[in-house]
Ligand binder design. Structure first.
Ligand SMILES: Nc1ncnc2c1ncn2[C@@H]1O[C@H](COP(=O)(O)OP(=O)(O)OP(=O)(O)O)[C@@H](O)[C@H]1O
Ligand code: SF4
Ligand SMILES: [Mg+2]
Length: 323
């Protein structure tokens, strides 16, 4: 299987403006040297605490915000070297679905138009086939054709997310960033939306970057997982390997907090000490050292580099250094 996406040493720093003259006084290192790849037709889950840089990673890949540094290779092409026309095409091939479907749906447009707006703009289907095309997409996403003339406020949260999925899908994307797409929904509805995303992936060979703080959702939908902490990927690998054998102390702590379905199985919950440090002023060395129970002297000085522990299970932690 080929990689549809390769992210190399991606950085996104947001300038902090302040001071008397309103100059730049520092930067928020939201994404700080992140590299990973995703194979075509698979899902990579991106997990980590609030503020660790998950959404910024997704948005920078889609060029919704400009990167500070690094390369993004999509279908073998460096997306920063595309001309205007190529970039326009790329805009349809990469889509995003957000957590809050309501705020991304224009309240004044009936949903048929919301779903079709960009299809028309990009001239993706001939005018004679347009109506049928939109009807088909709606059906595929579990919406009724007669809903076309209704407005977003007339739908439930789950239906609104279906509208957003239909709008993204109508552009025939290859890659979709799903940024907490079910986090705002009732648990019973979450499963329906997850199953819809899985079905669409199977039917259309889609590739997902699935961002979530809910590890059980991520385990269910992801083929591979990336764990983020303060702008860094600290561990990546196949979903089974990461769940069966988490290596990084942060991953271990994060996973120890998942409730077990079987109360007979006792798990020792690892509590993280202290707060997440500011991404504007991250700790030196290993950024996790201020909260790590296994911190050693060198952790405070030297940042660990990625090590492949086999089967593509990569960890960034000095505990796995060879001596
Ligand atoms: N436009 C922006 N300007 C300045 N700082 C920003 C901007 N967007 C994000 N940040 C900062 O970058 C860091 C990463 O934010 P991001 O939204 O990527 O985190 P996240 O992992 O998606 O968190 P959450 O789980 O809460 O959605 C945070 O410290 C955030 O405050
Ligand atoms: S490098 Fe050191 S501080 Fe960082 S996670 Fe590993 S043991 Fe903990
Ligand atoms: Mg986010």
């Amino acid at each position: 299987m080929e990689n549809i996406l390769e992210v190399k040493h991606l950085k996104k720093y947001f300038p902090i403006k302040g001071g008397f003259f309103g100059g730049v006084t520092g930067s928020v290192k939201a994404v700080d040297d992140v590299s990973f790849s995703i194979k075509k037709g698979t899902t990579m889950g991106l997990v980590g605490e609030s503020g660790c840089g998950k959404s910024t990673t997704g948005r920078t890949i889609l060029r919704l915000i400009e990167k500070t540094e690094g390369d993004i290779i999509f279908n073998g092409q460096d997306i920063n070297k595309l001309d205007k026309k190529q970039l326009r095409e790329l805009r349809t091939k990469m889509q995003i679905i957000f957590q809050d479907p309501y705020s991304s749906l224009s309240p004044r447009l009936p949903i048929g138009e919301i779903i079709g707006e960009a299809v028309k703009e990009h001239g993706l289907v001939p005018a004679s086939e347009y109506d049928q095309y939109i009807s088909n997409i709606m059906k595929e996403c579990g919406l009724q054709e007669y809903h076309k003339d209704r407005y977003p406020h007339e739908f439930s949260g789950g239906q609104r997310q279906r509208i957003c999925i239909a709008r993204a899908l109508a552009l025939k994307p290859e890659f979709v960033v799903c940024d907490e797409p079910v986090s705002a929904l009732d648990v019973s509805i979450q499963a329906q939306i997850i199953n819809l995303l899985k079905q669409l992936q199977e039917d259309r060979g889609l590739t997902y970057l699935f961002i979530s703080h809910d590890l059980s959702v991520v385990e269910h939908i992801s083929d591979t997982i990336g764990v983020m902490y303060l702008g860094n990927l600290v561990e990546t690998g196949n979903t089974e390997d990461i769940f069966a054998n988490p290596l990084h102390p942060y991953t271990k702590a994060l996973f120890s907090a998942i409730p077990m379905p079987d109360p007979e199985i006792k798990k020792d919950r690892i509590l993280l000490q202290g707060d997440i440090p500011s991404p504007a002023n991250p700790p030196k060395g290993c950024k996790f050292h201020t909260r790590c129970s296994q911190c050693m002297a060198k952790c405070k000085e030297v940042a660990p580099t990625p090590k492949d522990m086999g089967n593509g299970h990569v960890v960034c932690c000095h505990l796995y250094d060879e001596n």
